[in-house]
Design a binder for this molecule. Structure first.
Ligand code: HEC
Length: 255
C-alpha cells in the first residue's frame, strides 16, 4: 500500500502541462505574422481600442492591460484562436459609439498581430491567416510553460473513485478552455478521440456535483473533466464544474 501511495504522489507532482506541449504546428515564437500586418493592426487598434485600453496598451481602471505577464497568463498555452475569438465576439466592448464584432475579421487579425508584436513576439515573412489561428499555439516569451493557477482546463482520463478521493488516471491534459461549467457535442467528440495519457490528476468538488449513484456509474469510464486548475505545494488538482462520460469504457479503450 505504501508503494502505491508513493507512486501516486510522484505522478501527481508531474507538471500539469506535461501533455500540453505542442508537438506539431507553429507557436507565437516562430515569426507567424509580418511587420506590415502589425502596422495595419496598429492603426486599427488606435482607432477602435485605444480609447479604452490606452495607447500604450496598459489599460486603465476596469479596462485590462493587453501587454505584460497578466495578459500573457490569461491566453498562453492555448491556440491563438481563443484570443481572436474573444476579441471578435466581445470587443470593442459595447459603448456609446462601439459594439462588439463591428470590425471586419482581417482587422481583428491585424490587431492580434499588433498585440503580439507589442508583447515581444517576433515578426516573420508570412502573414498570419485566419486558418492558422486554430493551429498556432500561444506560448509565453520563454516557450511552453505550466499553466498559471486558476486557469480553466479540460482533462480526459479514467475516473477512479476511492471513498471521497476522486481522480483521473491515464490522464491527458490539461487543455485550456474558455467555458468550464458546460460542454457540447463537439467537445465531447474531441475528448472521445483524445488518446489516454500517463498522468494522474486529483479532482475536487465532484461529490458536490454528482450523486453517489451517478458517480459510481462513471467509475472506470473514460471521462472529460472541466474546471479550475489548483496548484498547492507543487501538486495540481482540478476543481471540477463539469464531468461527463465519453461513452467509452476504460478497460476497452486501451492506451
Ligand atoms: C468601451 C471600452 C472598450 C473598448 C473600445 C475595447 N475594449 Fe477591450 N475590454 C474592455 C473591458 C472593460 C474589458 C474587460 C473584460 C470585459 O468586460 O469583457 C476588455 C477586455 C479585453 C480583452 C481581454 C483582456 C484579458 O487579459 O483578459 C482583450 C484581448 C480586449 N479587450 C481587446 C480589445 C480590442 C482588440 C479592442 C478594439 C477592437 C477593444 N478591446 C476595445 C473595454 C473595451
Amino acid at each position: 500500500m505504501k508503494i502505491i501511495v508513493a507512486v501516486l504522489l510522484v505522478v501527481l507532482a508531474t507538471p500539469a502541462n506535461a501533455d500540453n506541449t505542442p508537438t506539431t504546428g507553429a507557436t507565437t515564437l516562430d515569426g507567424v505574422f509580418t511587420s506590415a500586418q502589425v502596422q495595419r493592426g496598429k492603426s486599427a487598434y488606435t482607432r477602435n481600442c485605444s480609447g479604452c485600453h490606452s495607447g500604450n496598451l496598459q489599460g486603465e481602471g476596469i479596462e485590462p492591460p493587453l501587454i505584460g505577464d497578466l495578459f500573457l497568463d490569461a491566453w498562453r498555452e492555448d491556440k491563438l484562436f481563443s484570443l481572436y475569438d474573444f476579441m471578435q465576439t466581445r470587443m470593442p466592448k459595447e459603448g456609446r459609439n462601439t459594439s462588439p464584432g463591428s470590425l471586419a475579421k482581417p482587422q481583428y487579425l491585424d490587431i492580434l498581430t499588433y498585440l503580439l508584436d507589442r508583447n515581444g513576439f517576433p515578426a516573420g515573412m508570412q502573414e498570419l491567416t485566419l486558418e492558422q489561428l486554430t493551429t498556432t499555439q500561444f506560448v509565453g516569451l520563454n516557450g511552453p510553460a505550466p499553466l498559471p493557477p486558476s486557469a480553466m482546463v479540460r482533462w480526459v482520463g479514467c475516473l477512479q473513485v476511492n471513498d471521497k478521493n476522486v481522480q483521473l488516471t491515464q490522464a491527458s491534459g490539461p487543455t485550456r478552455v474558455t467555458v468550464i461549467d458546460e460542454t457540447d457535442e463537439r467537445e465531447i467528440a474531441q475528448s472521445k478521440e483524445a488518446a489516454l495519457g500517463a498522468s494522474a490528476i486529483a479532482l475536487t468538488n465532484v461529490p458536490q456535483l454528482q450523486s453517489v449513484a451517478a458517480l459510481a456509474a462513471l467509475a472506470h469510464k473514460k471521462v472529460q473533466a472541466k474546471g479550475v486548475l489548483n496548484v498547492a505545494s507543487g501538486v495540481s488538482s482540478v476543481q471540477v464544474l463539469s464531468l461527463v462520460s465519453t461513452g467509452q469504457d476504460c478497460s476497452t479503450v486501451g492506451n
